[in-house]
Design a protein around this ligand. Structure first.
Ligand SMILES: Cc1cc2nc3c(=O)[nH]c(=O)nc-3n(C[C@H](O)[C@H](O)[C@H](O)COP(=O)(O)OP(=O)(O)OC[C@H]3O[C@@H](n4cnc5c(N)ncnc54)[C@H](O)[C@@H]3O)c2cc1C
Length: 77
């Protein structure tokens, strides 16, 4: 009942994407927060690669040759 007069906005989305169509995998601008999102329609296909990259970031290993292309901070000026 407390929410009877409350307003809300609802957002729904599928196949979250990025401007260049590549996912966001790696360190975010917030220290210690690693992203693995925005795989659009290829999330199942990319899952093994993304999992390996996230594991590498977490353990300090080399994230591989796709690191720059998937860097979440690539859209920052
Ligand atoms: C119809 C369809 C067919 C597809 N077919 C294929 C295919 O054949 N091959 C392929 O590779 N990919 C396919 N995909 C894409 C694939 O499903 C996605 O790329 C993949 O699921 C993305 O995984 P994700 O973990 O990044 O995001 P998601 O699977 O979307 O997971 C995100 C999770 O975060 C939760 N969440 C969101 N906001 C919040 C919040 N504020 N608080 C708490 N939790 C939150 C959501 O409930 C969800 O559980 C298809 C997608 C669709 C819709």
């Amino acid at each position: 009942p407390e929410l009877a007069g409350a307003s809300a906005s609802i957002e729904v989305g599928v196949r979250a994407s990025t401007p260049d169509g590549l996912p966001l995998v790696g360190e975010s601008r917030t220290a210690g927060v690693i992203l693995a999102a925005g795989a659009r329609r290829n999330g199942w296909l990319l899952a093994p690669l993304v999992a390996d990259m996230v594991a590498a970031y977490l353990t300090g290993a080399d994230p591989g040759e796709d690191a720059a292309a998937f860097d979440p901070r690539r859209f920052e000026g």
